[in-house]
Design a protein around this ligand. Structure first.
Ligand code: NAP
Length: 298
């Protein structure tokens, strides 16, 4: 029998990420009891019916009582309000972590809610997800072989970091640690910028007169490139606002490069074009090899 890592887990926000974490921990047999918390009773009832949680509360301050692990899996824009709701009931035994896609904004929200940061707080971010939302889209294997980035604070105790690490490892994840600043810069480049490009491309095409015909002719390449434009608009609104500085820097950098590309095409600059395409192909081939990805192009 697996050893329990967590006795009573509270997942605040039982959606894709929170639901998948609860499922993963239950599947691994490392949690005794899971309490779900959120706003919408119908969604929480569904989560209970699916066996993702054992019980639920809509009063978040009640839900966390007696828990040794509390995971905030709500949209970034809701983090501060949730921290405020739990601030008067947290205890020294209660480890608190989150799954937010940007980290500086979560720490700022915690600082404003708690005034002084508890040493049980360990911010985190799973580099795993899909374009779907809600508990029905959650699955136990979501974090299997995926990376989890923890951004421990100066105040975070080593016991708290160790327990959060063990929780994710039990779901099959590879846990790494980095600084908040580095996390937000890297994620702006590798995740937030690509989402902006996908949304922006689909929106540009959707606004064009020939929209119907354009989408009729769209093939696998378009589908692959734009899959992430089906992601939840509210979540991505929050991510943009939360990681504004790093994301705008990346968008500007990309816009400059795109401008150079347009000029090279206009000037029939074959050398420049082949140089870019070859460099990009090499970088992506190496990335795929490294990650064991086999997605041969159409
Ligand atoms: P989701 O499926 O929409 O789930 C969000 C959950 O939060 C829902 O259960 C929702 O409950 C609840 N919620 C929303 N606002 C709330 C509030 N004010 N108070 C209490 N509960 C609230 O979203 P998700 O994809 O799991 O994303 C959750 C977090 O994970 C976000 O911070 C996101 O940045 C991060 N993340 C997402 C991905 C991804 O690919 N999706 C990857 C890594 C990290 P209701 O049902 O009541 O609305």
């Amino acid at each position: 029998m697996s050893q329990k890592i967590i006795q009573r887990l509270c997942v605040i926000g039982v959606g894709l990420i929170g639901g998948s974490l609860a499922r993963g921990l239950k599947k691994a047999g490392v949690v005794t009891e899971v309490v779900g918390a959120g706003r919408n009773v119908a969604h929480l009832e569904k989560a209970k019916e699916l066996g993702v949680i054992d019980s639920f509360e809509t009063d978040i301050s009640q839900a966390v009582k007696g828990c040794d692990m509390v995971v905030l899996a709500v949209p970034l824009g809701a983090m501060q309000s949730v921290f405020e709701q739990i601030s008067s009931v947290i205890t020294e035994e209660m480890i608190i972590t989150d799954v937010g896609s940007a980290k500086a904004s979560v720490v700022k929200a915690a600082q404003q809610a708690f005034k002084s940061l508890p040493d049980t707080l360990v911010p985190g971010h799973p580099i795993a997800g899909t374009e779907k939302s809600g508990v029905e889209a959650s699955f136990a294997e979501l974090f299997d072989n995926r990376r989890i980035i923890l951004t421990p604070l100066e105040t975070s105790s080593s016991e708290a970091v160790s327990k959060v690490r063990k929780m994710w490892q039990a779901c099959g994840a590879d846990v790494v640690e980095t600084s908040i600043e580095h996390h937000d810069e890297v994620l702006a480049a590798t995740s937030h910028l690509p989402h902006m490009l996908a949304y922006s491309l689909v929106d540009t095409l959707a606004k064009m007169d020939e929209k119907k015909e354009i989408f009729d002719f769209a093939a696998g390449g378009f589908r692959d490139f734009t899959r992430i434009a089906s992601s939840d608009p509210e979540m991505w609104h929050d991510i943009c606002i939360s990681n504004k500085d790093a994301l705008v820097t990346m968008i500007k950098k990309f816009t400059d490069d795109l401008e150079l590309l347009a000029k090279a095409i206009e000037a029939n600059d074959s050398v420049y074009l082949k140089e870019i395409f070859s460099r990009a192909k090499k970088a992506r081939d190496e990335f795929c090899e490294d990650k064991n990805i086999n997605d041969s192009p159409e």
